[in-house]
Design a protein around this ligand. Structure first.
Ligand SMILES: Nc1ncnc2c1ncn2[C@@H]1O[C@H](COP(=O)(O)OP(=O)(O)OP(=O)(O)O)[C@@H](O)[C@H]1O
Ligand SMILES: [Mg+2]
Length: 252
């Protein structure tokens, strides 16, 4: 079974950056095969990882509609989804990228969803690690993945407003039907000078801080991927400390 690490939090807190860094760390630790899942409809994890986007799961779901006539009659929905989802994977060195794309719309093609989940479950089980970059908001986690998450990182900025938003996200997660085994708070964009007071009501265990790292914007502006970040970059060192503390396989 794959170990599933999901990254969530409000808009712009660093989810995609952190997801990309986790994929890089797993790759460097030899913990492949890794499946990176872009579960944000704005779809930019591929840029962070330096790979192209192929077909999206959202489009595959649309194309499976009977009126589209794309699925051969002899093929079951599950078989069709398995094939198409596999074809949609962007294969890179040690990891694959799966792009969820558009979420289910209002008049959703519900009968397809359980077959699609089955296909996704089968796919994810073939990896050692699955890293999910979520969109801000939690609803899709129950809709689009098979659900079970081993480690959920809730990312926040260090502001009081950000931390309150993280607590709300945590509340939402606790109400999901999905099994989320462990939840941790990660505070991103911290500077040494900044005093940090966690709200008294904060119940999510804090696993660490990621400092502000100016190299990130240099890399981004140059159109480079997270793999081109220097190994000794502050943010990468901080992320390694965090993950080693919560996952014994990474610490090994
Ligand atoms: N520790 C950091 N130091 C400096 N810049 C950072 C840091 N963390 C993130 N950033 C920058 O902040 C911006 C937003 O980060 P990112 O795209 O990872 O956030 P996100 O949570 O995925 O956003 P969205 O909700 O829009 O998907 C990016 O330009 C990223 O390079
Ligand atoms: Mg993002």
């Amino acid at each position: 079974m794959a170990k599933v690490i999901a990254v969530c939090g409000k808009g712009g807190v660093g989810k995609t950056t952190i997801s990309g860094l986790i994929v890089r760390l797993l790759k460097e630790k030899g913990l492949s095969p890794i499946l990176a899942v872009d579960a944000d409809p704005s779809m930019n994890l591929n840029m962070t990882l330096g790979v192209h986007i192929g077909e999206t799961v959202g489009n595959i779901r649309e194309d499976a509609k009977p009126e589209k006539g794309k699925r051969p009659q002899a093929m079951s929905l599950t078989e069709y989804f398995e094939l198409q989802v596999n074809l949609s994977l962007q294969e890179a060195d040690s990891f694959d990228l799966l792009v969820m794309g558009r979420p289910e719309g209002k008049g959703c093609y519900c009968s397809a969803n359980s077959n699609l989940r089955e296909a996704l479950k089968k796919l994810t089980s073939t990896y050692r690690y699955v890293v999910i970059d979520n969109e801000a908001g939690m609803e899709h986690i129950s809709r689009q993945t098979d659900g079970s998450v081993d480690i959920m990182l809730i990312v926040s900025d260090p502001t009081p407003k950000g931390l309150v938003a993280a607590m709300r996200t945590d509340e939402l997660i606790s109400r999901l039907e999905n099994e989320v085994k462990k939840r941790f708070l990660v505070i991103n964009r911290v500077s040494k000078e900044m005093p940090l007071n966690l709200p008294k009501e904060m119940q999510i265990p804090l696993v660490g801080y990621l400092r502000i790292d100016p190299i990130l914007s240099e890399i981004e502006l140059a159109g480079k991927s997270i793999f081109e970040l220097p190994t000794n970059a502050q943010i990468y060192q901080d992320l390694q400390d965090i993950l080693k503390g919560i996952d014994e396989d990474i610490n090994g």
